[in-house]
Every structure is written in structure tokens, then in C-alpha cells.
Ligand binder design. Structure first.
Ligand SMILES: [Zn+2]
Length: 341
């Protein structure tokens, strides 16, 4: 197993450590996991309203949540929250009981677990990297630094051209797509039109998920993928409901007619999302409906809630997901107190 920091990510960790030299601090890692390689593309700082004390530190939760979304959206490839770091007092480079809880929550987010780093200044900057597997087993691993070690597509930003096109579409000048969706479609007509532009695939096998955390991770993953298209459908005034079961999301008409329901599911371990419609299965990519429909053709209207639930408990939004994750990392630092002489 191998961890590779981008130049920017390691600088961000060191800058944060230097700025808060007398207190605890920490941050989050955004990146990609490919096989044995963990690429840290960005390190998110804990925010201006964090609490920095000698023995204690808390994330500025709204800031962190905001910044994760903002930063991740700049990149062409999807960046995931893959781990975290924090500073420890003196030479203490192992995890406390408090840390175990936090690390466990992170390791449950993906089948591969998570990475968690500790920084010590004893007296020089020293970073110890651990892999955390489920439920909470630590393996000390090495790390490297350098953009040259990272596949270039993971470092690529969205292009000015893409933003220009989005702006033009939002301003009502469409520059791509024929057969634009003009709104007011029935859900089933809309989905018939959409699947004509998707690639058919084998029916996804039944996914066996062992823990509730794994199931939550799959549901969150599917929601991440489909959210832009759900927003697009809301803008196009196509009425729909979303429901979830243990491992899929169901997109259905408001009368909940089960025969006219599209099921989104995810194939582990690659997390590939497929959709099943009228007994056939298709490969789905985030934003596929928007692309097939010819993009956004009118200025965004005030949006109806895209996740209007059939029952209150069915409501899961992307920000709820991040919120839940971040809630678990709010308190990282009580061991500092214990170790202080
Ligand atoms: Zn700690």
C-alpha cells in the first residue's frame, strides 16, 4: 500500500502545522484510491472558526463541509474524502481512544478503509501515515510526495471551456445537444428518451452488503452520482420521487407506480452505478441525463426539493451525508490533555 501526496496537499498540511505551531490542529484528505495507491490530491484546513487550544481542537464544521464541495467540484475526476490528519503533542505518534472512534468512522466509509496521519514536531516536522481497515486495525505505511507520481487526470481541473459552456447554457444560449428536453415531460417518457442514449449492460448481480455502514456508503455513493441529474429533472419540471432500499435508489413517478420505476444500484468494488429500466440494465454516469437532454436550456429556477421523500425517513441529501461524516470528526483532540506533563 502506498500513499502519494500532491505537492499542494503536503504543503497545505505543513502550512497548517506552521500556522498553529503552539496548538493542536488537523485537516482532511481529498483524493482517489486506485488499487494499492492512495492519492492525496487536496488537504482541507479545519477552518477559521475552529477551536485551537493547546490541548483541544474542533473543526469549523460548516466551513469544512463547504470547502470539500467547492474544492472537489474544481476537479475533472471525482475526489473522495479518503482520510484525515492531526497533530499530536511531543513524540506521541500513536492513536488515542478518541482517535480510534474517529478513525473507525472513516474506515467504514469505503471498502478499502481510510488513511489517518499524525504529525509531530519533535522538533522537526514528522508525519506518520497509517492505514485503517475495518473495524479499526492500524498498519503503518510509507508515503511519497510529488505531482509527477500522480496520474495527470487526477490533477486536472475542469476547463475554462466547460465553465463557458455552462454559463452560456444557463444564460439561454445552448451550444450543444439536439433534441433538447423542453420540460413538462412525464417521468416515463423522459426515462425512455434517456435510456436510448445510455449503454446497455448485464443486469447487476445482487450485491451482498455486510454492514449497515457499507449499505449507507453505497446509498451515499449512488446519491452523489445521480444528484446533478435529479436537480436537472427538477429544473425541467419532471415530477418524481426518490426512495431507497438497502442497496439501491428508486426513481419513481409521484403516483409510485412500481412498473414505471428506475432503479439505481452500484456494483462493488468499482462503485460503478447502473440503472435498471423496463427490465434492462444500463451503465450510468453522473450527469448523463443532462448530457443526453442537451444540457440546461433555461436559467435555473428556484428549485423544488429534488429529494421529496415519500416518508420523512427516506430523506438523505448529499450535505446530510457529509454532515454525518464531519460530525464524527468534530472532536479530535482530548488526548493532548492526557499526555501533557
Ligand atoms: Zn489524536
Amino acid at each position: 500500500m502506498n500513499v502519494i501526496f500532491s505537492d499542494r496537499a503536503i504543503s497545505a498540511v505543513m502550512a497548517e502545522t506552521a500556522e498553529k505551531i503552539r496548538t493542536e490542529t488537523g485537516g482532511l484528505f481529498l483524493g482517489k484510491v486506485v488499487g494499492e495507491n492512495w492519492y492525496i490530491i487536496e488537504a482541507i484546513d479545519p477552518g477559521p472558526n475552529s477551536v485551537f487550544e493547546v490541548a483541544y481542537f474542533e473543526y469549523d464544521q460548516p466551513y469544512v463541509q463547504h470547502l470539500i464541495n467547492k474544492v472537489a467540484n474544481l476537479y475533472q475526476s471525482q475526489l473522495d474524502l479518503i482520510g484525515l490528519w492531526h497533530r499530536h503533542p511531543g513524540s506521541f505518534d500513536q492513536f488515542s481512544g478518541t482517535d480510534d472512534g474517529t478513525n473507525t468512522a472513516y474506515a467504514q466509509m469505503r471498502p478499502q478503509g481510510a488513511i489517518s496521519a499524525l504529525v509531530n514536531l519533535d522538533p522537526h516536522f514528522r508525519l506518520t501515515m497509517y492505514h485503517v481497515s475495518q473495524p479499526c486495525t492500524y498498519t503503518k505505511i510509507g508515503y511519497q510526495v510529488g505531482n509527477a507520481l500522480i496520474p495527470t487526470e487526477f490533477l486536472a481541473y475542469h476547463t475554462p471551456e466547460m465553465y463557458r459552456q455552462i454559463m452560456e447554457q444557463l444564460m439561454g444560449r445552448t451550444s450543444r445537444g439536439t433534441g433538447a428536453i423542453t420540460g413538462g415531460f412525464k417521468l416515463s417518457d423522459f426515462l425512455d428518451k434517456m435510456v436510448a442514449g445510455l449503454t446497455e449492460t448485464e443486469m447487476p448481480p445482487q450485491v451482498l452488503l455486510f454492514s449497515e455502514a457499507q449499505r449507507d456508503a453505497v446509498i451515499a455513493r449512488i446519491l452523489e452520482e445521480i444528484m446533478p441529474d435529479m436537480e436537472y429533472m427538477s429544473e425541467q419540471k419532471i415530477p418524481y420521487l426518490l426512495q431507497k432500499d438497502q442497496s439501491s435508489i428508486w426513481l419513481m413517478p409521484k403516483d409510485q407506480n412500481k412498473n414505471l420505476t428506475m432503479r439505481f444500484c452500484s456494483r462493488l468494488p468499482e462503485w460503478e452505478v447502473c440503472c435498471v429500466w423496463r427490465g434492462r440494465s444500463y451503465i450510468y454516469h453522473s450527469g448523463a441525463f443532462q448530457n443526453i437532454g442537451g444540457g440546461r436550456t433555461s436559467p435555473a429556477q428556484p428549485k423544488p426539493d429534488p429529494l421529496e421523500p415519500a416518508e420523512p425517513n427516506a430523506r438523505v441529501t448529499r450535505s446530510d451525508f457529509w454532515g454525518e461524516v464531519i460530525k464524527r470528526v468534530v472532536k479530535l483532540g482530548t488526548e493532548w490533555e492526557d499526555k501533557k506533563v
